[in-house]
Design a binder for this molecule. Structure first.
Ligand code: ARG
Length: 274
């Protein structure tokens, strides 16, 4: 009898556990292997505060880039090591301390090409503005120029993630051809979620971040909305260690394969549903 009760109890517990997982997302995320220089491993640098491209589920990693990283490592029969770091260290970490690839919703830029070899691009992106839900400032805007005119005003504070193209858009960048919003004040945060918190607390007026993460934040955090007008034209790619041209070639071949066999679209639609 005791046995039966125990079995039933475990069953109930198990169901509860699975239901819990379902709430998070269908997948349980990817566990990073421990870095071991004596092993053949794929070591990926990321900043896992950029859903739906990379985020954490407990001590696991999930998101579009992380799934591609795992699939690629599996295809080579190697363990995947994921190193989660501040975004502004991601590109410069490549080629040092065993880091092979930057996978971080990374926009291709000329400056970054000095540090990494970019793969073929896999996603088109652009900066967007997040505002408080009751903010009507941009209601009558229909073009990027109209938005910029309202952002580029003295006294306006704009939150961004440090080291991103969003920051370059606000501060200006010759490399990217951004004039900058030089009348406004740029406030750099460790990630876009914290920038949004800062906006809700009244410390910045707006947040500029990539479209998909902007929409993801709006879905998760109450009291904010996104102004659905593209401010920039960017493309994501992975940044590979310049000393490993073969790795660049195999990652490009892997990307091509998953684009052709439908795996890539499956990963995208899974992370963009609802
Ligand atoms: N696409 C932007 C850039 O390359 C933002 C990327 C931020 N990525 C992240 N994982 N936090 O600068």
């Amino acid at each position: 009898m005791k046995k039966i009760v125990t079995v039933m109890l475990s069953l109930v517990l198990c169901c509860g556990l699975f239901a819990g997982c379902g709430d998070e997302r269908e997948d349980e995320g990817i566990k990073s292997a421990t870095y071991d220089p004596s092993k053949e491993q794929i070591v990926v640098a990321t900043n896992a505060a950029f859903a739906p491209f990379e985020y954490t589920v407990g001590d696991r990693f999930a998101g579009i880039d992380m799934e591609i990283a795992k699939g690629f490592a599996d295809s080579l029969g190697q363990e995947l090591v994921i190193l989660d770091m501040e975004f502004d260290s991601v590109v410069t970490s490549v080629g040092k301390n065993g880091v092979d690839i930057a996978m971080a919703g990374l926009t291709v830029t000329e400056k970054r090409k000095e540090s990494v070899n970019f793969t073929d691009t896999y996603y088109n992106a652009s900066q967007m503005v997040i505002v408080k839900a009751d903010d009507t400032t941009f209601d009558d805007c229909t073009t990027a120029d109209e938005i910029v005119a309202k952002l580029n005003v003295s006294g306006v504070k704009i939150g961004v993630q440090a080291g991103t193209t969003g920051e370059s858009f606000v501060r200006g960048s010759a490399d990217l051809g951004f004039d900058g919003l030089l009348n406004a004040q740029c406030v750099a945060h460790s990630n876009a979620g914290l920038a949004v918190t800062d906006m809700k607390n009244g410390n910045v007026n707006y947040v500029v971040v990539d479209e998909a993460p902007a929409k993801n934040l709006v879905g998760k955090i109450d009291g904010i909305k996104v102004i659905d007008i593209k401010l920039t034209d960017e493309e994501y790619a992975f940044g590979v260690d310049k000393a490993q041209p073969d790795l660049l070639e195999s990652l490009n071949a892997y990307l091509k394969g998953i684009k052709e066999d439908g795996t890539f679209d499956e990963i995208l639609s899974k992370h963009f549903q609802g």
